[in-house]
Write a protein that binds this ligand. Structure first.
Ligand SMILES: CC(C)(COP(=O)(O)OP(=O)(O)OC[C@H]1O[C@@H](n2cnc3c(N)ncnc32)[C@H](O)[C@@H]1OP(=O)(O)O)[C@@H](O)C(=O)NCCC(=O)NCCS
Length: 222
């Protein structure tokens, strides 16, 4: 693995503390964490990173609206996600002790240029705005990267702030000949090689390659 970033390597579910991977998966209504104000570590210790389930969809979407606002659906990354399912086994949530969704990250299958090599696009990553800076985003990132590596993926790309993502090993060093399918800021297109050399010579516009969402069945007219 090329320049394995700190914290990468464990394939096991990432527990941030008290509740294990088998934490409640019951209904996940959005809850306010605003009344939690202990030190960072204490907050983080009450969350666990787990695989997302279908029941998490409404809470995840509500969280993304709160964290990123309505413009989130206009991002060029969204073009690579729309109508697709996340890469197999690569959608995660951070859950509080009650089972509520406090953070989300998903990864998507893409190809680098027409007929190009396979890679993952990470995003969105978001944490409930009332519990930012408690380590939940970092835990989600480390778990997602470790699982992507364990599943044999070669590289992860994302569009985001380098000052945040470089701590996980991402940089714009290998993305100069790659492009998003829509407006984006070039310096924010970042990548992490999970296999050394995976991005050498990669060029072209990213294209969606994920499993398609099944068309929703309409009820038959009576
Ligand atoms: C970005 C985000 C996921 C980080 O999650 P988090 O749980 O708050 O972050 P962590 O606790 O893991 O890390 C906190 C550290 O990251 C830093 N950080 C957070 N966002 C940052 C950013 N955009 N640029 C640089 N540093 C950032 C904090 O200053 C803090 O630094 P410190 O450890 O030196 O004090 C979260 O703030 C969020 O959901 N933001 C809104 C949605 C968003 O912007 N998503 C990313 C799209 S690029």
């Amino acid at each position: 693995m090329a320049g394995r970033p700190e914290g990468v390597g464990s394939a096991a579910a990432t527990s941030l503390g008290l509740c294990g991977a088998g934490a409640s998966r019951a209904a996940t209504p959005s809850v306010a964490f605003g009344d939690i104000s202990p030190a960072r570590g204490e907050i983080a210790s009450t969350f666990v990173i787990a695989a997302e389930t279908a029941a998490d969809d409404p809470a995840r979407e509500a969280l993304l609206d709160r964290a990123m606002g309505p413009k989130r659906r206009k991002k060029s990354s969204e073009k690579l996600r729309r109508g697709r399912r996340p890469s197999e086994g690569l959608a995660f949530v951070a859950r509080g002790a009650s089972g509520a969704v406090a953070g989300t990250v998903r990864l998507w299958d893409v190809v680098l240029g027409e007929g190009g090599r396979a890679a993952l696009l990470l995003g969105p990553l978001a944490v409930d705005p009332t519990i930012k800076n408690a380590g939940i985003g970092s835990a989600l990132m480390r778990h997602a990267i470790a699982e992507a590596a364990r599943l044999g993926h070669a590289a992860i790309l994302l569009v985001g702030d380098a000052p945040y993502y470089e701590r996980f090993g991402f940089s714009a060093e290998k993305t100069g000949s790659l492009a998003m399918p829509g407006p984006y800021e070039r310096h924010r297109l970042l990548a992490l090689e999970l296999v050394e050399g995976a991005l050498a010579g990669a060029q072209g516009t990213l294209k969606a390659a994920g499993r398609k969402l099944k068309a929703q069945r309409l009820p038959l007219a009576a």
